[in-house]
Design a protein around this ligand. Structure first.
Ligand SMILES: [Zn+2]
Length: 110
């Protein structure tokens, strides 16, 4: 089995667009991969979304807003808000939204 560990994730502004970038590290030993993931999840007891969840969501949603398909100004959005008990640690609770739909949703909920 071959695994990749996400060692870093960041946003870059490219031609006035926000682009998410991930740095991956190849891991050949599955046991060490499991250990790394457990360690990172332990640290993340807050609303920050761990890089490996962001990557899963990004790939699942194909780098597009789930509402309109826009690839501009995307944000990771909690489907169930963190303030209402939604988890940052599971990709099922995170989706990609463009700024327009992210703000529209925020107005509706809060
Ligand atoms: Zn949208």
């Amino acid at each position: 089995m071959v695994y990749f560990k996400i060692v870093d994730a960041w946003q870059e502004a490219v031609n006035s667009r926000t682009v998410y970038k991930f740095k991956l590290e190849l891991i050949e030993n599955a046991q060490s991969f499991t250990a790394v993931v457990k360690q990172e999840i332990k640290i993340e007891h807050n609303r920050l979304i761990p890089p490996q969840v962001k990557l899963t969501v990004w790939q699942r949603d194909k780098g597009r807003c789930v509402v309109c398909g826009s690839t501009d100004d995307l944000h990771f959005d909690h489907i169930i808000p963190f303030s209402k008990g939604g988890s940052s640690l599971v990709s099922e609770n995170i989706q990609l939204l463009c700024a327009r739909h992210n703000i529209a949703k925020r107005d509706k909920i809060e």
